[in-house]
Design a protein around this ligand. Structure first.
Ligand SMILES: [Zn+2]
Length: 605
């Protein structure tokens, strides 16, 4: 979502990394106090009363022991502002005075780049002026009891009736092609190729990116146009499916409370805020997309869906629910009387009615269970079976395993079927892992039970020492399989890849972090390992720990070999296979008794 005419080059990214200062960025959002070599404060990413947010100025990293988020200064900026990576680079570069390479300079043939942002800003100003000039929109807002402060806060405007108001007001100053590129003007054959205003006789809602950049408009008709809402045409900056209306204004509240209120229309956002409910956003007039659900999950842990109380609202809710659940969001549903939306309810019954509908919103999954499970479950076997599969489908979308488990227990109880049956069927169709963490998937052979606290401790210490100290030559490092923890193994693999690629000094934490990108669970884990490590933990010998990992791996492999051998014998003896297994077992036992250097583990893999 970076400005279209800025080129994000590796040089620019590096210049930003070199210039930014994590303490400066963190201090804009929380008060930091020195604590040993680190700085500590209340986490700006989740709500807390005692500080668990730690910043390491030397390494340029942060980690929160409360919410588990961590990374470098760019990632912190992204999490706090909602900028994506290109937008973060761009805004940090601007802040630190780093010149931005313009894409236009590289355009072959010297074609001029369109200034879409300039056209949008000029249009917003024009629409605002028209709102103050014309009685029609003012009367409309007065009838809807929207206070002038809210008109201002949402930057509402008015596009007067007529085909060339905006075009004529802006054209001498701005090239027509800019207005067309910004989705503000259309060109039609039937009008002789003359550009015309896309928005006519409409109340105008400026639409912003999560970071607050104006990217387009939505317009609500104030006449009898059958198209109640019209949006900017899809442009390079305006992708309906990836935006949420009102998010840039609501994100601070959402982050502080953990709760977002999701409504259907732009006016519902304004009306809900007018009813005294903050943290409200809307989709873009189309069904909620997975990208929008993901965007919301970057700020909220819980979403109250406050869609219209009619069948269209019901359908929209039903489609949105699995998307929200899949992003790990807890979902509650606010109920409105038939035919009401949050805004009409405010006008009919007062702000308190909206507030209490939202405060009293019920858990979406419990509500769905009520709906899906017949009252006399148990007496109607076929109905019960189909209800069970519908509930499984629904609960399967819940990302959090603990929550999922609790819902299933409740469902099994209500369905009057043994939990075991229910759970077993669900295990066959688990939801896919969330995208962020799945980027560096390693072999599935790693079993979860190996992630016990003690094991993880050794692996993390090894990584910390490798990244901060002087690791042995690459050839003496063990194979990745000695790491049982999947994330540790992935980090180790990236370390080895960089080590091999550089041919020079071993990569440090920063190098590995930037290789991992600026998002995802691995970055959080890296930051944890690097920031959490107690100062002075270097007393432990890296070689000793590596030896421990290799030893542990050999022991496990020996146990596996024992069962593979008995399995092969039971099946009636494939001689070649048995020979190979015995051979490996003998070699392993030997090396295990010698407690050899860790590098020797390689032969066992
Ligand atoms: Zn936190």
């Amino acid at each position: 979502m970076a400005l279209a005419n800025v080129q994000i080059t590796p040089q620019l990214v590096q210049a930003v990394r070199d210039a930014i200062d994590i303490v400066g960025i963190a201090s804009e959002h929380t008060r930091l106090r020195p604590n040993g070599r680190r700085m500590q404060g209340l986490c700006p990413l989740h709500k807390e009363k005692t500080p668990s947010f730690s910043v390491d100025p030397v390494q340029g990293l942060f980690y929160c022991f409360g919410c588990g988020k961590g990374g470098d200064a760019i990632k912190l900026h992204m999490l706090v502002t909602g900028d994506d990576f290109p937008a973060a680079i761009e805004s940090l570069a601007q802040r630190y005075g780093i010149p931005l390479p313009k894409r236009a300079e590289r355009t072959p043939g010297g074609r001029r780049e369109r200034d879409v942002s300039g056209a949008l800003e000029a249009a917003a100003k024009f629409f605002g002026e028209q709102l103050r000039k014309w009685p029609l929109p003012q009367r409309y807002l007065a009838e809807r009891q929207i206070a002038p402060e809210l008109t201002q806060r949402f930057g509402l405007g008015f596009a007067p009736d007529g085909w060339r108001n905006l075009v004529q007001a802006l054209h001498p100053r701005l090239p027509m092609a800019d207005l067309v590129a910004a989705g503000l003007a259309g060109v039609s054959e039937s009008r002789g190729g003359e550009p015309y205003d896309r928005f006519r006789n409409r109340l105008m809602f400026p639409i912003h990116s999560p970071s607050g950049r104006l990217v387009g408009f939505g317009g609500r008709t104030l006449g009898d146009d059958p198209a109640k809402y019209v949006n900017t045409a899809e442009t390079e900056q305006f992708h309906k499916g990836t935006l949420l209306y009102g998010l840039h204004l609501a994100k601070r509240e959402i982050r502080e409370t953990g709760r977002a209120v999701l409504v259907e229309g732009y006016f519902d956002v304004v009306g809900t805020v007018a009813a005294g409910v903050e943290g409200t956003v809307a989709g873009m007039g189309t069904a909620l997309t997975p990208e929008q659900a993901r965007l919301l999950s970057r700020y909220a842990s819980e979403v109250v869906v406050a869609y219209d109380g009619d069948s269209a609202g019901e359908n929209a809710y039903r489609r949105a629910l699995p998307l929200l659940l899949a992003e790990g969001l807890a979902v509650r549903r606010a109920r409105f009387p038939e035919g009401h939306d949050p805004d009409s309810l405010r006008l009919a019954a007062g702000p308190e009615a909206v507030q209490s509908a939202i405060a009293g919103a019920e858990d979406a999954i419990f509500l769905e269970m009520e709906r899906l499970i017949p009252k006399d479950a148990g007496n109607a076997p076929r109905l019960t079976a189909s209800a069970a599969s519908a509930v499984r489908e629904l609960v399967g979308a819940v990302a959090d395993p603990v929550a999922r488990h609790n819902y299933l227990r409740r469902a099994a109880e209500r369905l009057r079927i043994p939990e075991a049956i229910f759970f077993a069927q669900l295990a066959e169709r688990r939801p896919p892992e969330r995208q962020g963490g799945a980027r560096m998937e390693a072999s599935p052979a790693v079993v979860a039970s190996d992630s016990s606290g003690i094991v993880r401790g050794v692996e993390e210490q090894v990584l910390e020492l490798l990244l901060k100290g002087q690791p042995p030559p690459l050839s003496e490092l063990p194979p990745p399989e000695v790491f049982f923890d999947l994330q540790c193994r992935n980090i180790f693999q990236v370390f080895c890849t960089l080590y091999g690629r550089s041919g020079g000094p071993p990569p440090d934490g920063r190098a590995v972090l930037s290789e991992l990108g600026s998002d995802g669970d691995l970055v959080d884990r890296m930051a944890q390992i690097l920031v959490e490590a107690p100062v002075g933990s270097k007393e432990v010998e890296l070689q000793e720990l590596l030896g421990e990992l290799a030893h542990r791996y050999q022991e496990r492999r020996l146990r596996e070999l024992a069962s593979e051998i008995s399995e092969a014998q039971r099946k009636g003896g494939d001689d070649a296979l048995l020979t190979r297994l015995y051979d490996e077992k003998r070699r392993l036992s030997l090396s295990l008794h010698r407690r050899t250097r860790p590098g020797a583990g390689k032969g066992a893999g």
